[in-house]
Design a protein around this ligand. Structure first.
Ligand code: ZN
Length: 285
C-alpha cells in the first residue's frame, strides 16, 4: 500500500430511495468518527446518481448505504454500476439494514464487499472498514539505531565504555523534553546512548530508582516517525507519544509503552522532517 495509507479513512454514508429513517446510520457515522475516520454524511432520500457523484466529489475510499425498507437492492446495485462507469470501481462498498437474505448474493456480485445484517455491531462495521482499507502491517524499521543505558554517573560510565571497551564519544547534550543528559558512543557503525537524569522528575531518575540502571531503551531507526507511530498503533502497540517529540542529535523520536512490548521501552527515531505535514481535518458533516 502506498504511503497515503496513513491518512484518515474517508467514508460516505447515505440512504438511497424513499426510506427516511436515519437514526441507525447516524449512530454508525458517529462510531466511525470516533475511530478517527472522516465521515461524509449524505443524508436520506438520495438518488443513486447523487450518491455516486457525491462519493467521487468527496474523494472517499468507502461508501456505506443503508436500507430499512427491504426494497433497495436495485438502487444499491445502481450506485455500484455508476461508480464503476465513472472509473471508481476501487471504492469499497458495503451496505446494511433490512436486506432480504435472498438479495445478498446479487449485491455481492454487484460489488458490495459486505452486507451487514441487523445483528451486526458498530465494532463489526468499523473493524471491517479498517481491516480492508488499512490492514495492520509491521512497523517499517530501517535498522537498529542505538541501545540506551541509564547510569547514575555519566563520567564513570564513559570511563568504562571509552577506556576499558575502547569506544568513541561522538556528542554530548541535554535533552530538555526528556529531562536527561545524554551522550552517544560510536562503535563499529552502531551506537550506545548513555543517559543520566538531568532534573528531578526525569523518567531516567525513576528508572534508576526502580531498576538501578542498565539497558533503558532500544531505539529503531525509521524513515518517518509519524508514519511509524501509525504503523505501530495499527500493529497493536500502545504509544507513549502519539506525535513525534524532539530527541537528541537533531532527530525526532516517539516511544512505545513498555507494557505493550513485554517490558522493553522502545524508541522510533528519524532525522527531523523539513516540512511538517498538515493534518487533515474533518470539515464536513
Ligand atoms: Zn534513545
Amino acid at each position: 500500500m502506498p504511503a497515503a495509507s496513513t491518512k484518515p479513512i474517508r467514508v460516505f454514508l447515505g440512504k438511497v430511495g424513499l426510506d427516511g429513517h436515519d437514526r441507525g446510520l447516524l449512530t454508525v457515522a458517529r462510531a466511525l468518527q470516533e475511530t478517527g475516520m472522516e465521515v461524509v454524511y449524505g443524508g436520506v432520500r438520495k438518488t443513486a446518481e447523487q450518491v455516486a457523484r457525491a462519493a467521487i466529489q468527496e474523494d472517499v475510499e468507502a461508501v456505506g448505504l443503508s436500507s430499512l425498507s427491504g426494497a433497495h437492492s436495485t438502487h444499491f446495485a445502481k450506485v455500484a454500476r455508476l461508480l464503476s462507469k465513472l472509473g471508481r470501481r476501487e471504492i469499497l462498498l458495503f451496505c446494511g439494514g433490512i436486506i432480504p437474505p435472498g438479495d445478498h448474493a446479487a449485491l455481492c456480485r454487484a460489488g458490495f464487499a459486505r452486507v451487514f445484517t441487523p445483528g451486526a455491531t458498530l465494532a463489526d462495521i468499523t473493524q471491517f472498514i479498517q481491516e480492508t482499507l488499512r490492514p495492520a502491517r509491521p512497523v517499517k524499521l530501517a535498522g537498529l539505531d542505538h541501545i540506551a543505558i541509564a547510569t547514575h554517573d555519566l563520567e564513570k560510565s564513559l570511563a568504562l565504555f571509552c577506556g576499558a571497551l575502547g569506544m568513541r564519544e561522538t556528542g554530548r547534550e541535554t535533552v530538555p523534553s526528556q529531562k536527561v543528559r545524554t551522550t552517544f558512543l560510536e562503535f563499529k557503525g552502531t551506537h550506545l546512548e548513555l543517559l543520566e537524569a538531568d532534573r528531578e522528575g526525569s523518567p531516567v531518575e525513576n528508572f534508576l530508582k526502580t531498576r538501578g540502571g542498565g539497558v533503558h531503551h532500544v531505539a529503531f531507526a525509521v524513515k518517518n516517525v509519524p508514519e511509524a507511530i501509525s504503523q505501530a498503533r495499527a500493529a497493536g502497540l500502545t504509544m507513549i507519544d502519539v506525535a513525534p517529540r524532539p530527541g537528541a542529535r537533531g532527530k525526532e523520536v516517539a516511544f512505545a509503552h513498555p507494557t505493550a512490548t513485554h517490558g522493553t521501552l522502545m524508541e522510533f527515531t528519524a532525522p527531523k522532517r523539513q516540512k511538517q505535514k498538515q493534518l487533515t481535518t474533518n470539515k464536513r458533516k
